[in-house]
Write a new protein. Structure first.
Length: 404
């Protein structure tokens, strides 16, 4: 038992120690490298050992898996078995592919282990989503970050939204990975205009798939419009098809579920959050109270610590006219409507994973602009990154700690 605790502690402290070393090392060295930017740990170039890095993250995700479920997560533990027995899968319109995959994966686990619980299937897929997310982020980093790559990676991953990948029993982990994939492919479209048509349509299909995983991804459609406008001939005939594809994919998914008798289409209006449960707008609007929005601000800082740096992004990006900056800005702005205009039905902190998607383009935007800004001494920002990492680790540990 003591060895297991030591292994968990070692896995948890490793990334924090790495950040601390990166902060302390500049005091003794002035050397630079592509990845680390302000220290000389070049033998561990993350871009050269993606497999090792991904395995490390997977180990940390598993060892520090969450043992804390909110009400929706607890409900899934009985809803999925009940509906799997009744119709084969548990699914609602808001989270179609997330729930279908979780239902089918749980059924596969039952074949291998007759007593496997729903929470186990969620934890496995959550960790796998985290592995995919980190790999996609590393790919974005290798493609677009010229120097200080380690700084960029650690900074982006220092936010509390990564709790999605620590065995979270909710329907947002795979969606977050899909959103990162969409950002990566979109950035390639912007960086390579000669091959942009292929990347544009790939991004369009990915966004449509992400919307099938969770309808909240529809808030990224304005970024797809911007992408189409930047990479296509500026005519509606060229822009409209890739913009319509996500809606066609989502509609097709709903139609298939309806025709198979799994999820009647009329449930979209009656039961979906997206339609405010039959048009009851008041049920999804947050209370216009100071305590509520102060609590929401606190949650945003926990999920996305670099949100406090967001007001400085326009000034910092003034000399950086890269289209990726505008794309990420357009992606982020509609997502900010979630914390501003969508009610946390379970309570702000209990509904944290609903708002976690905001941090994906937000963190990438802030740290991309800062990393590419040559006039900023990255070492001065390491205390901020370290505090962010420490805050996130404390949240992870609190959720991991056994419940009495």
């Amino acid at each position: 038992m003591i060895y297991k605790k030591l292994l968990i502690l070692a896995g948890a402290l490793f990334p924090i120690s790495l950040v601390a070393v990166s902060f302390i090392y500049p005091a003794f060295t002035g050397e630079d490298s592509q990845w680390f930017g302000f220290n000389r740990l070049t033998v561990a170039e993350l871009g050269e050992i993606p497999f090792v890095a991904v395995c490390m993250f997977a180990l940390v995700f598993i060892l520090l898996r969450t043992n804390t479920l909110n009400q929706d997560g607890s409900d899934l533990l009985w809803k999925i078995p009940a509906d799997v027995e009744r119709i084969g899968v548990h699914v609602v319109h808001d989270e179609m592919l997330e729930l279908v995959i979780h239902s089918l994966f749980w059924r596969l686990l039952l074949l291998a282990e007759g007593s496997a619980g729903v929470s186990l299937s969620y934890r496995i897929l959550s960790v796998l989503s985290g592995v995919v997310f980190v790999n996609l982020l590393a790919d974005f980093c290798r493609t677009h970050i010229k120097s200080h790559r380690f700084f960029f990676m650690v900074s982006v991953l220092s936010g509390g939204y990564i709790l999605l990948f620590f065995g979270d029993v909710e329907n947002y982990s795979m969606t977050a990975a899909m959103v990162m994939w969409y950002i990566l492919v979109s950035s390639r479209a912007l960086a390579a205009p000669s091959g942009s048509a292929r990347h544009l349509y790939s991004a369009s299909i990915l966004l449509g798939t992400a919307m099938c995983f969770h309808l909240q991804a529809v808030l990224l459609v304005p970024s797809l419009v911007y992408l189409a406008f930047r990479t296509s001939p500026r005519s509606w005939k060229a822009i409209l098809p890739p913009v319509l594809i996500p809606f066609l994919i989502t509609g097709l998914c709903m139609l298939i579920l309806d025709l198979t008798g799994i999820l009647p289409l009329e449930h979209l209006w009656i039961y979906s959050h997206a339609t405010a449960h039959g048009g009851d707008i008041g049920s999804v609007l947050p209370p216009l109270s100071k305590p509520y929005y102060l609590e929401m601000l606190n949650l945003m800082v926990l999920l996305f610590p670099s949100v406090v740096l967001l007001p400085f992004v326009p000034a910092l990006a003034e000399g950086n006219r890269a289209p990726i900056v505008s794309f990420l800005s357009v992606a982020l702005c509609p997502l900010l409507l979630l914390p501003l205009g969508w009610k946390a039905a379970l309570g702000v902190l209990n509904d944290w994973n609903l708002y976690a998607i905001v941090a994906v383009p937000g963190s990438v935007l802030v740290w991309y602009v800062i990393t590419e800004q040559q006039d900023i001494k990255k070492g001065w920002l390491m205390p901020f990154v370290f505090i962010s990492f420490l805050s996130t680790f404390m949240w992870i540990w609190q959720n991991h700690a056994p419940r009495g």
